[in-house]
Design a protein around this ligand. Structure first.
Ligand code: FAD
Length: 328
């Protein structure tokens, strides 16, 4: 049998390598170093150029399949392709992004490999092979051990830092032939988000609104500040459940996990389920009429007051400092 490897599955998002893959390369490197196994990556639907970038970001060898059938995510076809890569690489660990596509892929792959599966993990102990995952909004960390020789995991986004590119780093890049078999499902189309919207996942700055926004119209003040800061717009579940903003903006336990440099929480009380999605932001600004609300305890900067009075003043100040015209 060939030497076992740590295998990272490099999923694409609209043709671009998902930033989560670079995080997996960091997690995979710690396993590879301790287990003394090469760090391999498989890139379904990618290009030789993208494969080279994975080498520069730490993979020792990269297999890629550029077949058109793998350009858009399809559970069955991607699982088939990943299994072919696994047959070649003989992985001890398979690391998959913790996205919707990644989770769907992981269960198919684990079943076919007869491997144990742990989803949404946020910690790996390379020496013992134990992994951790949080429950109850991060109040409980469960430790899981595998009984199977092959371990499949999906990794929570933004927990591991992205592996940096080291220009000129050497590694093996090989094309893996792929012939799609018949699949029961078919990719039809991709519905893009509203034009000009910044995706929450990779956003460095986020302005977020909660029940205190008071209605769909109230989000104009949030969008104005987001626009001035070049930030993405987010929301609490209370705002989403009220129908003021679509679900894709929801941050928290049942929404997105974000890790921006700046998170401005406007009219959000800071319940544990919301904090579960944003508490690792580097700087939190809480703007709230209630100085005692839990968000104030999390915040780096506390602003007590009415967001509808404060946000226009902040936007005006940003514009003034940039020398932009300020509405009278
Ligand atoms: C299983 C489960 C999963 C959940 N998942 C999520 C999740 O993913 N994300 C999430 O967010 N929640 C989630 N929740 C809901 C969560 O428990 C809270 O109900 C929710 O986060 C509250 O949202 P909020 O802070 O916007 O509203 P509230 O708690 O009602 O807070 C509104 C805040 O606005 C302030 N305010 C009011 N007017 C103004 C004003 N003019 N200016 C400034 N401040 C003002 C108030 O002082 C208050 O602090 C979940 C709950 C459960 C049970």
């Amino acid at each position: 049998m060939s030497q076992q490897k740590i295998l990272v599955i490099a999923l694409l998002q609209r043709g671009v390598v998902s930033p989560a893959v670079y995080e997996l390369l960091t997690a995979g490197r710690s396993l590879a170093n301790v287990l003394k196994q090469p760090l391999a990556a498989y890139l379904p639907g990618g290009t030789a150029e993208q494969a080279k970038e994975l080498v520069e970001r730490g993979a020792d060898r990269v297999l890629w399949s550029g077949h058109a059938a793998l350009k858009d995510f399809n559970d069955e076809l991607h699982a088939q392709a990943v299994l072919a890569a696994a047959a070649q690489e003989q992985p001890s660990w398979v690391l998959i992004p913790g996205s919707v596509a990644g989770r769907s892929l992981a269960c198919r792959v684990a079943v076919k490999l007869g491997a144990g599966l742990a989803t949404d993990i946020n910690e790996i102990d390379p020496a013992s092979g134990a992994v951790k995952r949080s429950h109850y909004s991060g109040n409980l960390q469960a430790t899981m051990e595998f009984k199977s020789p092959v371990r499949v995991v999906t990794v929570q986004a933004m927990v591991f830092p992205q592996a940096p590119a080291q220009a000129g780093r050497a590694g093996e890049v090989t094309e893996l032939a792929y012939a799609p078999a018949a699949a029961g499902t078919e990719f039809i189309s991709f519905q893009a988000e509203e034009a000009g919207e910044i995706d929450l996942g990779g956003a460095e700055r986020i302005v977020s609104g909660g029940r205190g926004v008071g209605g769909a119209d109230g989000f104009k003040a949030i969008r104005d500040l987001a626009h001035a800061l070049g930030a993405a717009v987010a929301a609490s579940r209370a705002a989403v459940d009220s129908g003021w903003i679509p679900y894709r903006h929801q941050v928290g336990l049942t929404g997105r996990t974000v890790r921006p440099k700046l998170y401005v929480a406007c009219g959000i009380s800071g319940q544990v389920q919301h904090l579960a999605g944003m508490s690792s932001a580097a700087n939190i600004v809480a703007i709230n009429t209630d100085p005692e609300c839990p968000m104030m305890q999390q915040a780096t900067y506390l602003v007590v007051g009415d967001m509808f009075e404060l946000l226009p003043l902040i936007v005006a100040e940003i514009k003034k400092r940039r020398g932009q015209p300020v509405a009278a």
